[in-house]
Design a protein around this ligand. Sequence first.
Ligand SMILES: C[S@@+](CC[C@H](N)C(=O)[O-])C[C@H]1O[C@@H](n2cnc3c(N)ncnc32)[C@H](O)[C@@H]1O
Length: 242
Amino acid sequence: MFSCGSNSVYESEHMRNVTGDTIRPGGFDLTDRAVHICNFKNNHRVLDVGCGMGTTVAYLKMRYNLDSVGIDPSKKLLKEGKVKNPNLNLYEGWGEKLPFKNCEMEGVFCECTLSLMEDKDMVMKEIYRVLKDKGYLAISDVYAREPRYINELNELNLKSCLRGIHHVEVLKEKLIERGFEIRSFEDHTNYLKELMVNIIFQYGSMNVFWNKTGNCNIDSNELKRILSKSKVGYFLLIAQKT
Ligand SMILES: C[S@@+](CC[C@H](N)C(=O)[O-])C[C@H]1O[C@@H](n2cnc3c(N)ncnc32)[C@H](O)[C@@H]1O
């Protein structure tokens, strides 16, 4: 038997064993892609919502010379980030209540975080508020390529971003209702597959990993069945405030 691990998968050492300090599929590849599409320039002010250890905040500053800040509710991850990079602008807080002024940001990143947030409508409202006109929102996250089975996944009550897996058409509609225009949508499921291969390579099976990361009460066969039916994928979406 495996013991039930940390309360949130993303805070657990097991997740970091497979992702490194970028706690998401794809590392910086999709960050680079977003910077390229949004054409962020020197000193543009950008916010990373759900920044974890601030790894992207540091990267955007060093690689692109952006004026980057991050916010996350996890004291543990923020502390680790501050130890590595004491000069980073990292704040404790929630996407649902951003401690920034109206129209302050050229861009907002949500890298594998929106799916974890309880009140996505409020988060989108807040992001819209802090963005300048024509500012960009870059979301990379998990989605059900076959969305008919999303409710079954939700019922499993997983402790991971799969709990809030996106129905992309619904997400796009909500963004448009909020006042965004969708500039691009790209499928990057290959990065999720790479992550799963890594997990199996290091832990022997997805079941072992799920158990270690606190999803002990899940019937792993049931999980496997629903995951494969719903064709879990990964995407990068860029929206622009109009
Ligand atoms: C999968 S991790 C990704 C962290 C970081 N973006 C990265 O890629 O390394 C998800 C992050 O979302 C944060 N999070 C969860 N709920 C949140 C909320 N309501 N507002 C802001 N961040 C949240 C978690 O604390 C965690 O750091």
